[in-house]
Ligand binder design. Structure first.
Ligand code: DGL
Length: 283
């Protein structure tokens, strides 16, 4: 396998890769925005698919996995970490920052702020995992946004949806039924803005659009935070003098604790990419 140290005879910190991880393939919805905004950056993508989904797991389990994955990415030379998972961010970002105080770390959280700014009737609906919605980080965010903007925040845990996406079932009747079941109550309660609070969900955006059509309500805006995360990462790298000045396309290496074939298929199907993919075990 090509390593980053083989690419440059005198490796410098700016050519080091950005490490991105998720419970599985959901973080690829963030990776696509990072590659679009930072095309010259080298990237390591880690899918913890052998342990997915995180959404129904205990917080301490997710903290332990996130610390171990971050160590793996640092051992492979990462200069910054993107926690491309709302659930892992809610559970573990505090512990990650405490363990690595000098490391640039970017997390993702449901886009309540943009949703509150866009909502015309002051009612927003958040779709996320049980663990994200139960976290104190989400509760604090939600209370702050509600207090600052006066918006009503409705929530819906989407049990099983990330699993369907992990299985590659992006259009199946079962996945469509789940999306319909979870989106309908939020729309019925008047939400005119829906927040995709899990990085897996943008891959079933057409099913959310169908559910909105079926509900026959007025126009509904859907919020995905992939692009703002990429912009934030770019400014953080700039602040740390870590932007890669190379003019050649960045290299992507991917790792999974699950099936290599499944990750390879997802990369091809979702992003039309065919990077090197390795199966790894970390405890
Ligand atoms: N992609 C993840 C998130 O953004 C987690 C999905 C899961 O593993 O349950 O929350």
């Amino acid at each position: 396998m090509t390593t980053f140290s083989e690419r440059a005879s005198t490796p410098v910190a700016t050519t080091a890769p950005i490490g991105i991880f998720d419970s599985g393939i959901g973080g690829l919805s963030v990776l696509r925005h990072i590659q679009a905004r930072l095309p010259h950056e080298n990237v390591l993508y880690f899918a913890d698919s052998g342990f997915a989904p995180y959404g129904g797991k205990p917080e301490q389990f997710i903290v332990t996995r996130s610390l171990a994955i971050t160590d793996f990415l640092l051992q492979h030379g990462a200069k910054a970490i993107v926690v491309a998972c709302n659930t892992a961010t809610a559970a573990a970002i505090k512990a990650l920052r405490a363990c690595h105080p000098r490391l640039p770390i970017v997390g993702v959280e449901p886009g309540l702020k943009p949703a509150a700014a866009l909502s015309k009737n002051n009612t927003i609906g958040v779709l996320a995992t049980e663990r994200t919605l139960a976290s104190s980080k989400f509760r604090q965010l939600s209370e702050r946004i509600a207090a600052d903007s006066g918006v009503r925040v409705l929530t819906q845990a989407c049990t099983g949806l990330a699993d369907q996406i992990e299985k590659g079932e992006l259009q199946s009747a079962a996945t469509a039924e789940l999306v319909q079941r979870y989106a309908a109550p939020l729309i019925a309660q008047g939400a005119d803005t829906l927040v995709l609070g899990c990085t897996h969900y943008p891959f079933v955006l057409p099913l959310f659009q169908d559910a909105i059509c079926d509900a026959g309500s007025g126009p509904i805006t859907i919020i995905d935070t992939g692009r703002p995360i990429a912009l934030h990462l770019a400014s953080l790298l700039k602040d740390h003098d870590l932007l890669n000045a190379s003019s050649s396309p960045g290299l992507l290496l991917t790792f999974t604790t699950g099936s290599e074939i499944a990750l390879r298929d997802a990369l091809k199907k979702l992003l039309d990419l065919q990077p090197s993919t390795a199966k790894v075990t970390i405890n």
